[in-house]
Design a protein around this ligand. Structure first.
Ligand SMILES: [Zn+2]
Ligand SMILES: [Zn+2]
Length: 85
């Protein structure tokens, strides 16, 4: 006699409270220096970002895994996936 036992569902995974998200889910974090976008102008960052890959995820402020590719770059956030430039 065989009993089928359903695997017990674990407790719900606590969601990371994460970073505050701006209106409409706009990015809140500078993807170059990791500071709040609202903290001030990031003109130097914007200028540098024209040439460099981002270092921080603009949505969650996680450190991105950056790879330089022959065609540009690839930056990966574990939460938000890959962006390329
Ligand atoms: Zn910045
Ligand atoms: Zn992210």
């Amino acid at each position: 006699m065989t009993e089928l036992v359903e695997p017990a569902a674990g407790p719900p995974r606590p969601r990371d409270a994460g970073a505050p998200v701006g209106p409409g889910g706009a990015p809140c974090w500078c993807d170059r220096c990791g500071e709040s976008v609202a903290a001030g102008p990031h003109e130097a960052c914007a200028a540098a970002r024209a040439l460099e890959p981002p270092r921080w995820c603009a949505s969650c402020r996680r450190r991105m895994k950056v790879q330089v590719l022959p065609s540009g770059w690839s930056a990966v956030c574990v939460e938000h996936g890959e962006i390329r430039g």
